[in-house]
Design a protein around this ligand. Structure first.
Ligand code: HSE
Length: 413
């Protein structure tokens, strides 16, 4: 079967490499040869062994009836959305690693794929090389899954691991991640939580059948996490991780959030370190199932893309069922109503009085200490309450002159 690859960046080169180097194995598994006919990129690659495949014109792909499967690994929405939509409309199956595209336009593209009886597959969009889309939609299909909790971004997990294990501050850890090629040149999507948010939106949409749009999800990154927070978390028996979490509530609303959280060291997620991802899926029949592996990188991501290509080739005439409907903002619980415990770090000239004020404002708080605590500094953990009540109490504390330096959710797992 003839395929086209749109985008020859890190993932695109990985896809081409896997297809060329694993040709025999892929042929066996797809029961047909997989041949690259076009690679779309605006750049020139004259020295590439695939130089004769390159085109700068999307028309070459869309107008070629021999091309039945198109791989989109350009990233971003423009022009990826337009190209993918037109491929599906013209009866070509599409495989993508583009989480931005799936999180923003998944419902619309899945609907077109259903109408045209073609496949739109995106295993690589969450967890890189970790199988997670197919396991949720197929292997765990006998379960009622009510919750997913994931460390979904390798870059931020690397940064936090450096902060926790080597007491490196956030800026130094970010610079190291960039120098090792983990972080994007513009790391905002990683460190401000947008990338994790898109991924948990895709998992929520897939699991609960309604599209969850990233704009409706409360998203907080790790840019304000300090080494002091890391030390207080350790004193509380926890580590700080950037978490994407969704839980289906009895009232039919999704409690979904992206935020740094204190994770108890007893949880398996606490030992997911460095650039690795870990995704815990809670099913009623299976109990907790944990997926672990490399969530990014050229070959892990290419592995997931090429597996989807094989599936498209094998299911040319029998579409794989993968679908969710469009969603509404009301499907998502307003973030202020979600229940959580908080870790709070404060500063005051009179810290003993300030702690008493904190006890009055929040009730049933528990003080925690770290070695080398600053004179003016104190920290505590709260009981579980709605986020809006906790914020209100913390605001009242600030009105009394207490400076609140950090407030981080504590995950109940
Ligand atoms: N920037 C992402 C990460 C790449 O660090 O996990 C994979 O989506």
């Amino acid at each position: 079967m003839q395929i086209a690859i749109m985008g020859y960046g890190v993932v695109g080169t990985g896809v081409a490499e896997v297809i060329c180097t694993h040709a025999e194995g892929l042929k066996k598994r797809a029961q047909e040869e997989i041949e690259i006919k076009y690679i779309l990129d605006i750049r020139e690659f004259p020295d590439s062994p695939l130089a004769d495949k390159f085109t700068k014109s999307f028309d070459d792909i869309i107008n070629d009836d021999e091309v039945k499967v198109v791989v989109e690994v350009m990233g971003g929405l423009t022009p990826a959305f337009d190209y993918v939509k037109r491929c599906l409309e013209s009866g070509k199956s599409v495989v993508t690693s583009n989480k931005e595209l799936v999180a923003a336009k998944g419902a619309e593209l899945l609907k077109i794929a259903l109408e045209k009886n073609v496949n739109f597959l995106f295993e690589a969009s969450v967890g890189g090389g970790i199988p997670i889309i197919r396991p949720i939609s197929q292997c765990l299909a006998a379960n009622e899954v009510d919750e997913i909790i994931g460390i979904l971004n390798g870059t931020t997990n690397f940064i936090l691991t450096k902060m926790i294990r080597e007491q490196m501050n956030f800026q130094d850890a970010l610079s190291l991640a960039q120098s090792l090629g983990y972080a994007e040149r513009n790391p905002a999507a990683d460190v401000e939580g947008g990338d994790t948010c898109r991924k948990i939106c895709i998992l929520a949409s897939l699991t609960f059948g309604k599209h969850v749009y990233p704009e409706t999800v409360y998203t907080e990154g790790i840019t304000n996490i300090t080494l002091e927070d890391v030390e207080y978390a350790a004193a509380f028996g926890s580590v700080i991780k950037l978490i994407g979490r969704v839980k289906m509530l009895d009232n039919g609303k999704m409690d979904i959030v992206t935020a740094p959280m204190l994770i108890s060291r007893d949880s398996q997620l606490a030992s997911v370190d460095d650039v690795f991802n870990g995704i815990m899926v809670r099913g009623d029949a299976t109990g907790d199932v944990l997926f672990y592996g490399k969530g990014a990188g050229k070959l892990p991501t290419a592995s997931a893309v090429v597996a989807d290509v094989i599936d498209c080739v094998k299911h040319q005439h029998a579409r794989k069922y993968l679908f969710w409907a469009d969603g509404k903002p009301e499907d998502v619980l307003p973030f202020g109503e979600s229940f959580t415990r908080l870790y709070v770090r404060c500063e005051s000239d009179n810290k003993e009085q300030a702690f008493k004020d904190s006890e009055n404002a929040l009730t049933h708080i528990k003080r925690i200490y770290r070695d080398g605590e600053e004179d003016k500094e104190f920290a505590f953990v709260t009981c579980e309450d709605s986020y809006k009540n906790l914020l209100k109490s913390i605001a009242s504390l600030e009105e009394k002159g207490v400076t609140v330096l950090s407030k981080i959710r504590i995950a109940s797992l």
